[in-house]
Design a binder for this molecule. Structure first.
Ligand code: LHQ
Length: 254
């Protein structure tokens, strides 16, 4: 239910149940967590892209699998949380390529990524409230941090479907891309990222992740540690040399 391919330095993970708008099942979620872990471990991978097959990105949990008597909390713990943790803790840059509708936990998956590229005609909806549920799969953590608590609460309480353009105005997505350009733009963006200083990208991510729970003094201490590490990378040393020689830097990710 998940396709995984590595091309050059880019791992592309495709949610693949197109007849149901890639609605999530326990099998799909298990495979998704394994794919993210595989990309995370593979040293040749410098970018992780997640996208959907067919006309949708992901319609959230497959509601046909929701049984009476099922404990949603336990389900989250077993199937969703490993995916969200894997996305949120990888040191590699992650891109959600939102090729079509993203609803419920389908939208939540994208919030745990570093970048969201969205097709101009894709619709986004938190949606949970419309079926009497709270937002989940990391959304209560990520959404207020991404767009501020007022807008986050509004989307959660109203459950509205918003357009790609609105999502951009709310600072929810990185970029809105014309439909015909979408695949080329995802490739170009991922290739650009894959040629950046990958190790330092990981440091930047770890440093920023530390920020939400820290004081200024904590963060000043953290930046000493990370800049000291960044300063010792091959990419930094080579890029300074290239600058002085008026050449373009070539980053190897180390
Ligand atoms: C679907 C689904 C779907 C099954 C479309 N399931 N078939 C939940 C429970 C437990 C524990 C943990 O956490 C969660 C997390 C959650 O994600 S809850 C939120 C679940 N998702 C939703 O409530 C969204 C439901 N879907 C929709 O609102 C619409 O389908 C959207 C806005 C996604 C797309 O609308 P359209 O583009 O108009 O497509 P459609 O509605 O015609 O859907 C196409 C087909 O896909 C259709 O099947 P059919 O046999 O009639 O062609 C839908 O029934 C099916 N489908 N979402 N979540």
């Amino acid at each position: 239910e998940v396709d995984y391919i590595v091309k050059g330095h880019i791992a592309t993970i495709t949610l693949s149940r197109p007849e149901r708008l890639n609605a999530l099942t326990s099998t799909l979620l298990t495979e998704l967590a394994e794919s993210i872990e595989e990309a995370n471990q593979d040293e040749s991978v410098r970018v992780i892209v997640m996208t959907g097959e067919g006309r949708g990105f992901c319609a959230g949990q497959d509601l046909k699998t929701v049984q009476p008597g099922m404990d949603h909390g336990e389900y989250l713990k077993h199937y969703y949380h490993p995916v969200i943790r894997a996305l949120a803790t990888t040191n590699k840059p992650t891109v959600a390529a939102i090729n079509g509708v993203a609803a419920g936990a389908g939208l939540s998956l994208t919030l745990a990524c570093d970048f969201r590229l969205v097709r101009e005609d894709a619709k986004l909806s938190l949606g949970f409230i419309n079926i009497g549920l709270v937002p989940d799969a990391g959304a209560p953590y990520f959404l207020p941090r991404l767009i501020g608590s007022a807008k986050a609460l509004e989307l959660a309480l109203l459950g509205d479907t918003i357009t790609a353009q609105q999502a951009y105005e709310y600072h929810l997505v990185t970029k809105v891309v014309e439909a015909e350009q979408f695949e080329d733009e995802v490739t170009a963006f991922s290739e650009f990222l894959s040629n950046r200083p990958t190790k330092v990208i990981g440091y930047i991510k770890q440093l920023q992740a530390a920020s939400s729970e820290s004081t200024l003094e904590d963060m000043l201490a953290q930046e000493i540690i990370y800049q000291s590490r960044a300063g010792k990378t091959e990419d930094h040393q080579q890029a300074v040399q290239a600058f002085l020689e008026k050449k373009a830097p070539v980053f190897v990710g180390r």
